[in-house]
Design a protein around this ligand. Structure first.
Ligand code: NAI
Length: 480
């Protein structure tokens, strides 16, 4: 049975490059039917703030595959980003972005780079849970989950295996974020045991990014939490010499979306000169995903041969290697003419196995830990007594009771009581830790908050302190 996919032609150059990409995929022998849907600017202009029509949702939920051209982001009030909406609503947990150099045809300082960034797509600082807590201090929550981390890391190993990649690199900042990033790092160590054929390494994100920017050829598959992945994907795409040539896949449990990395290029829209390569390579990923890897390879090799022959759109024109400047349609026709051919100088693509999903992991279910409440961090808005932590410590200790005692106060993570340094700059935002030797109940915490309120303090939030199988589930907060 022929597969049906949902196609959104996008805004700006979207329709031009989508028509070109679809014509090449079909000419190469791809077996799929297309359902066109409306999304983007025209839908926003009808007053639909999601930019996605009900018919488009219905089609996507039926076909489970979306091939989309770029959309123009409108500045309208209350308007939601289509990409963020799709990612979150459809559970697209993995963003896959292969990036490689095409030297000498596209100038790059890193001719041997050929890597894949696998970015966790749903968690981390993108939860958008933000608060202004005091006059001076704002916060955002960074959330990483065990199942979310397990899923993306397993996916990275499965991807490496399916695509003959020998190494998976993970990057975190677990020397500072020992619990969140530390868990992600532990997870990769744990899962690596299931993949003895694949080398694993971990780098701290700062030096890791610097190394990737200087020696990208040393990397194969890189798996990272969301924010680091956002930065790394653009850093690595730029190193190839042209962001316009990258395609990406967004993968979920039962849905996938494929798109170019670039935007809708309104400055050249309608001129018929846009380069369809990014969207075409996203189409190659889509063919791998729907089990048509042979056709995917055929398309990719014809595209590489076209680059080699110097048939170039204007954005990649260079005097040394271009033989012809072509428009979008001519470029598509040149690729179709080369279907069945292999590149001679650039590395030919090999048919990878299906771009499938890994099995969900079992770690989380096996190790559900015993949880106990042992205290609370109470956050205060306090702007008195010249912000002297000793005064705060003394006044707040009056709220001690039922085994819950004030043991530490920090300001922006730095311990200021007891035995703080007078040099530490203090804001109006204080984290005050009350801890007990024995497990306590929620009723104890409620009564403690009552006493804090009676002593005239403005508490702005509380965070429970839990142990899991006796191990503290909270940082010590020395803020080094
Ligand atoms: P852009 O990527 O659309 O354009 C940047 C520059 O690259 C422009 O000079 C453009 O002409 C050129 N360019 C981009 N793609 C090209 C192609 N295929 N062939 C030849 N030249 C190409 O980025 P910009 O201008 O910042 O954004 C334009 C719109 O696209 C904005 O509304 C932005 O929000 C949206 N956008 C949408 C994305 C998506 O739907 N996934 C991703 C990025 C931006």
């Amino acid at each position: 049975m022929t597969r049906t996919i949902t196609v959104a032609r996008g805004d700006g150059i979207g329709p031009e490059i989508m028509d070109a990409a679809l014509s090449i995929l079909h000419e190469a022998g791809a077996q799929f039917d297309v359902e066109f849907v409306e999304m983007g600017l025209s839908v926003y202009e009808q007053g639909n703030t999601s930019g996605i029509t009900p018919e488009a949702w219905e089609s996507m939920r039926r076909t489970r595959v979306l091939y989309k051209a770029p959309f123009t982001t409108t500045q309208g009030k209350g308007v939601k980003s289509i990409n963020v909406t799709l990612r979150k609503s459809l559970g697209l947990f993995a963003n896959i972005r292969p990036v490689m150099a095409y030297t000498p045809y596209i100038q790059s300082h890193h001719p041997d780079m050929n890597l894949v960034i696998i970015r966790e797509n749903e968690e981390d600082l993108y939860a958008g849970i933000e608060h202004r807590q005091t006059y001076e201090v704002y916060q955002t929550l960074k959330l990483l989950s065990l199942p979310g981390s397990e899923r993306i890391i397993r996916y990275a190993f499965e991807y490496a295996r399916a695509h003959d990649r020998g190494k998976v690199t993970c990057m975190t900042k677990d020397n500072i974020m020992k619990l969140t990033d530390g868990m992600f790092h532990d997870m990769i160590n744990h899962i690596a045991g299931d993949y003895p054929d694949i080398e694993t390494e971990h780098l701290i994100i700062d030096i890791g990014t610097a190394r990737l920017a200087s020696y990208p050829e040393q990397f194969e598959v890189v798996v990272v939490p969301n924010l680091y992945g956002d930065v790394l994907s653009d850093v690595s795409a730029l190193l190839t010499g042209s962001v316009g040539l990258a395609g990406s896949a967004n993968i979920g449990d039962s849905f996938a979306m494929f798109e170019a990395v670039h935007g809708s290029a309104p400055d050249i829209a309608g001129k018929g000169i846009a380069n369809p390569s990014g969207l075409l390579l996203a189409g190659v990923l889509m063919l791998q995903y729907i089990g048509q890897a042979q056709v995917a390879t055929r398309v990719q090799n014809a595209w590489l041969k076209t680059l080699e022959d110097g048939v170039h759109t204007i954005d990649i024109y260079n005097e040394e290697h271009s033989t012809q400047t072509v428009n979008t349609q001519e470029f598509a026709a040149a690729i179709c003419d080369r279907l069945g051919q292999q590149p001679e100088r650039l590395h030919a693509a090999r048919a990878g196995s299906a771009f499938g999903l890994p099995e969900p992991g079992q770690i989380v279910k096996e190790s559900r830990a015993q949880k106990a409440l042992v205290g609370v961090d109470v956050f205060l808005d306090w702007d008195e007594a010249d912000r002297n932590p000793d005064v705060l410590g003394e006044q707040l200790s009056a709220a001690n009771g039922e085994g819950l005692n004030l043991i530490m106060i920090t300001n922006r993570g730095q311990k200021v009581w007891p035995e703080g340094l007078p040099e530490t700059f203090c804001t109006d935002h204080w984290r005050c830790r009350f801890q007990s030797e024995e497990p306590v109940s929620h009723a104890h915490i409620v009564r403690l908050l009552g006493r804090i309120e009676q002593h005239g303090f403005d508490f702005i939030k509380m965070e429970g302190l839990f142990t899991f199988d006796g191990e503290p589930g909270f940082s010590l907060g020395q803020g080094q």
